[in-house]
Ligand binder design. Structure first.
Ligand code: P6P
Length: 330
């Protein structure tokens, strides 16, 4: 009856997070309450996306739902959304100790052709008990307590890390619950796929060009990597996490900081990759003390600033780090 036991032992995301909470006896459950409101937002967006609402409305709708859910949780004090130029400061009566940075519907330009899109989020703790300021969200990714994404595709999958590994949950529409389907995700140490928009190759710098060339014409005679690029970060990162390989959004001559946003695209995905045994690198940070800094060491100065990003399987990212380090030495 093992199968039945499995079927009846429903590990919902709520139960999973409460189990995590027991590891922090000092916790008063605020974090679990915050996560339950993020989960509520994801369920709403999943329904709205599947209803086939039109893209413009969905962008605005998703943002409003997450802002309202997070404010009403009573556990947040600052919210940064890709959709809002300014950060939202929660009024004192409803304030909690967490700051949430999120992209409510990343890749939404892909909605009309049915490509998977997603919500990406990261959670910081306010720095200390003072009046909240932007400094509380301009923290390095290393300080994130949790990060995750929810992918709206053939199924609705929420991938989450609260700092002790990565777990994936799939929405069971009949129950309206996210059920644990991918326990303890580990990214393969090396992969056979590279994921980049080759259309930008003309403007790439030396190390990126050399690395992509080595994917196509391996010097050691091994077989070339396959190119898979969906153009929706959540979909490209989810495939990289499960199958291995490397995802790149490099800087180039036209956009030295690339396209992806630090707070709610680069940091959450880098956090997840490191938690799954992979790594993340920006190509811009100087080598310090003979250690090339992780993307999570970056300290953002603006809430919507961008950064180049190379993330995925440990060995694959290591290759491009060596090329940037070599260029640095010259
Ligand atoms: P490009 C979608 O617009 C997005 O923000 C990410 O989801 C995706 O990874 C990237 O931009 C795709 O950008 O320039 O390759 O079309």
């Amino acid at each position: 009856h093992a199968a039945d036991a499995h079927r009846t032992d429903l590990m919902t995301i709520t139960r999973f997070v409460l189990n995590e909470q027991t590891k922090h006896p000092e916790s008063r459950g605020d974090f679990s309450i915050l996560l339950s409101h993020i989960v509520l937002g994801c369920k709403f967006v999943c329904t709205a996306v599947n209803k086939g609402e039109d893209q413009k409305k969905l962008d605005v709708l998703s943002n409003e739902v997450f802002i309202k859910a997070l404010v009403s949780s009573g556990r947040t004090c600052i919210l940064v959304s890709e959709e809002d130029e300014e950060a939202t400061f929660v009024e004192p009566a409803n304030r909690g100790k967490y700051c949430v940075v999120f992209d409510p519907l990343d890749g939404s330009s892909n909605i009309d052709c049915g490509v998977s899109i997603g919500t990406i989020f990261g959670i910081y703790m306010i720095k200390d008990g003072h009046e909240p300021t932007l400094d509380d969200v301009l923290q390095p990714g290393m300080n994130m307590l949790a990060a995750g994404y929810c992918m709206y595709g053939s199924s609705c999958t929420l991938v989450l890390s609260t700092g002790s590994g990565v777990n994936g949950f799939t929405l069971d529409p009949s129950l309206g619950e996210f059920i644990l389907t991918h326990p303890d995700i580990k990214i393969p140490k090396k992969g056979k796929i590279y994921s980049v928009n080759e259309g930008n190759a003309k403007n790439w710098d030396g190390p990126t060009s050399k690395y992509v060339q080595s994917c196509k014409y391996p010097a050691d005679g091994s077989s070339p990597k396959s190119l898979r690029y969906i153009g929706s970060m959540v979909a490209d990162v989810h495939r990289t996490l499960l199958y291995g390989g490397i995802f790149l959004y490099p800087g180039d001559k036209k956009s030295p900081n690339g396209k992806l946003r630090v707070l709610y695209e680069v940091f959450p995905m880098s956090f997840l990759m490191e938690q799954a045994g992979g790594q993340a690198f920006t190509g811009k940070q100087r080598v310090q003390f003979l250690r090339i800094l992780s993307a999570l060491d970056l300290v953002p100065e603006k809430i919507h600033e961008r950064s180049p990003i190379f993330l995925g399987s440990y060995d694959d990212v290591e290759e491009i780090k060596k090329l940037y380090a070599a260029e640095e030495q010259n």
